[in-house]
Design a protein around this ligand. Structure first.
Ligand code: CDP
Ligand code: CDP
Ligand code: CDP
Length: 223
């Protein structure tokens, strides 16, 4: 069987995970999986049906009952709930920004996503991709600890706040990072053995070049 490559990219809010992963996906024809969008999608749906951020048991039960599916469009994997992709306009709201880290700290919600995320390796293979790039907070630590490549992106909080503000987003990234780092289940941290990249003074292109150099030892660029 031809080898299938798993690339894990973790880091705090606005550290550059999505833009870096998109570029790697295009360069090496990898399925791009943005797991933050999954946590956002579940949070948006649970808020919509009236589950309260104060009710951890209710969050866990409702999360476990969600009928999840995956749509592959181009090189991107999107979560479907009841067969529908919840659009960006519904998952990148200030309400979701303010609640997602609270919902993501509930262990039963994370458990509902564990096999879903791991199974995307099989989905990517079925679709003929030579590998996948999955970004999040716990990909190299919990979801794919044996991934072929694991990277952790750093950037100073002030630089990350500047990047997010430049996108015109209302997003208290410092508060999300505090919640994501301090939670008991799968906290945000650079996993042992992962390659730590401080991108504070690097352009996106420099980060992509740095990672591509490693991937090119196992994969051929397609663009
Ligand atoms: O784009 P940004 O880095 O600001 O956030 P995101 O990747 O969309 O993730 C939104 C939130 O989902 C994070 O702040 C975490 O609370 C949660 N998350 C997580 O707990 N584990 C992951 N693997 C990915 C996201
Ligand atoms: O996915 P994550 O929240 O970690 O970050 P992102 O959405 O990829 O990046 C946030 C913003 O920072 C985007 O507008 C990127 O273009 C920008 N960026 C940057 O200015 N310099 C980098 N080295 C990486 C990203
Ligand atoms: O069983 P199969 O390899 O077909 O698929 P999978 O269980 O979805 O796992 C796919 C890949 O995920 C494995 O080849 C491992 O490289 C990786 N994996 C991991 O790194 N850590 C785990 N705890 C589980 C899977």
């Amino acid at each position: 069987e031809a080898s299938f490559i798993i690339v894990a990219i973790d880091g705090g809010a606005a550290s550059g995970k999505s833009s870096t992963s998109r570029a790697l996906s295009a360069r090496f024809n990898l399925l791009h999986v943005d797991t933050g969008s999954f946590y956002r999608t579940m949070t948006a749906e649970l808020l919509r049906v009236g589950v309260s951020a104060d009710d951890a048991d209710g969050i866990g039960q409702a999360a476990a009952a969600l009928p999840l599916d995956t749509a592959i469009e181009g090189r991107r994997a999107s979560m479907c709930i009841n067969g529908r992709i919840v659009p960006d306009a519904e998952i990148r709201t200030s309400e979701v920004n303010a609640n997602v880290s609270i919902f993501a700290a509930v262990p039963e919600l994370r458990r509902a996503l564990l096999d879903y995320q791991r199974n995307l390796a099989a989905v990517a293979r079925e679709h003929g991709f030579p590998g996948l790039v999955m970004e999040g907070r716990d990909i190299g630590s919990v979801i794919f600890p044996d991934a072929d490549f694991r990277f952790f992106l750093h950037a100073d909080p002030a630089e990350r706040a500047r990047r997010r503000a430049a996108e015109g987003q209302t997003d208290s990234i410092a508060e999300r990072d505090r919640l994501d780092t301090s939670r008991k289940t799968a906290p945000l941290a650079c996993p042992e053995g992962a390659t730590d990249i401080d991108s504070t003074f690097m352009t996106l292109e420099e980060v992509v070049e740095r990672i591509s150099g490693d991937l090119a030892t196992r994969l051929s660029p397609v663009s």
